[in-house]
Unconditional design. Structure first.
Length: 365
């Protein structure tokens, strides 16, 4: 895409220390983007991250309200693999929280059963899940530019570099490498509006558009009482209940004042799709009714306050084939995210971003 009269060109300066550092532009400061920057932290790379929102960590989101702090997206990161188990403590144990109580299960008949053992960690932080990206990025020299929504890319075959243009018409570059980490539909939109003359361009766009997502609306319910349960959360295993997940934020250190409780209720994809645009009060009332029935306790009908967040692209149902991720790599174009792996887990996003950046380092450094 050529620069027009109302576009302002902003360039990344390269550092010279014998060899010039490669310039890497990362779209998205979610877990995948932060993981990618972390992988490049000791490399000869100048990394600039563009993030559309005010904060970082994407769907691993934290909010504050009325004295409470709560993770209303991803609830925690689990030690699902050896790399995660090794990494998390190295980011600092100050404020690190292991949720001690287990996740139990229920089915359509609302029969609650004991679930996981306590042989695994479920980590968050006293300041919430956004700490994951913040701590990863704190270990890197990468710069983050917030509130910048990227619209398109443009590839220059004359010098094999990329420029990045935001929705305000500001153009950034040149970058030797661009890594796209937004959800698949948003990544496909950026690619579709980009100027990149390559025989695999349409193949890549089609592959990314083929990623299907489950939509989830999270409803947060606050109560001025606290009940003691042997579990931290309940998860619906047969996928036939309107509640997909209900967790107690008070199980996380310093998230909820003493004597209060805060339920994070992730409604099922069917319910969420049907009620995605319903007013908060309507959605909260219906959620409270279903929570009260599940817990067999009428007190949960009367919540003190409510909050919500719609996640249209919450969890990918499928992933992308390995050979499809390679379509743009020769030109320095990479993709990453939990949707590339095909599993909607925080650790999957983290290590997919990390591994994509490791491929960048291997190919370009």
């Amino acid at each position: 895409m050529t620069s027009s009269g109302n576009q302002r060109l902003q360039s990344n300066l390269r550092t010279d220390g014998g060899e010039s550092a490669i310039s890497v532009g990362i779209i998205g400061a979610g877990v995948a983007g932060a993981g990618a920057a972390y992988a490049l932290r000791d490399m000869n790379a100048q990394v600039r991250i563009f993030e559309k929102s005010r904060g970082v960590c994407g769907r691993a989101a934290t909010r504050r309200k009325n004295g409470c702090r709560y993770d209303h997206g991803a609830n925690y990161i689990k030690d699902a693999d050896a790399r995660t188990t090794e990494l998390i403590p190295t980011l600092g144990t100050d404020g690190l929280v292991d949720i001690g109580k287990p996740v139990w299960t229920f089915e359509e008949d609302e029969e609650i059963s004991s679930g996981e053992s306590r042989e695994e960690y479920k980590w968050t932080w006293e300041n919430g899940m956004t700490q994951l990206a913040k701590r990863l990025l704190a270990e890197t020299p990468a710069s983050v530019q917030n509130q910048t929504r990227i619209e398109s890319l443009s590839y220059s075959s004359s010098d094999n570099t990329w420029s990045i243009t935001d929705t305000e018409g500001t153009r950034y570059g040149a970058f030797d490498v661009v890594l796209l980490t937004p959800p698949a539909p948003q990544t496909a939109d950026i690619l579709a509006q980009s100027e990149w003359n390559d025989p695999h361009r349409e193949d890549l766009i089609t592959a990314v558009r083929d990623i299907d997502y489950r939509t989830i609306r999270t409803v947060v319910l606050h109560y001025h009482f606290r009940e003691s349960y042997p579990w931290y959360a309940l998860v619906n295993t047969d996928k036939n209940h309107p509640i997909g997940w209900a967790s107690r934020e008070e199980c996380k250190t310093n998230h909820v004042p003493d004597g209060e409780s805060l339920f994070i209720v992730q409604m099922s994809p069917d319910w969420s799709t049907e009620h995605y645009d319903a007013p908060l009060e309507t959605a909260a009332d219906d959620t409270a009714q279903k929570l009260a029935a599940l817990l067999d306790d009428a007190r949960y009908l009367e919540y003190d306050w409510a909050d919500d967040q719609g996640w249209r692209y919450a969890l990918p149902n499928n992933g992308i084939e390995t050979h499809q991720t390679e379509y743009g790599q020769q030109a320095g174009l990479y993709i990453a995210g939990d949707w590339v792996a095909g599993r909607g887990r925080v650790n999957e996003a983290l290590w997919n971003g990390y591994d994509a950046a490791s491929e960048v380092a291997e190919a370009h450094l």
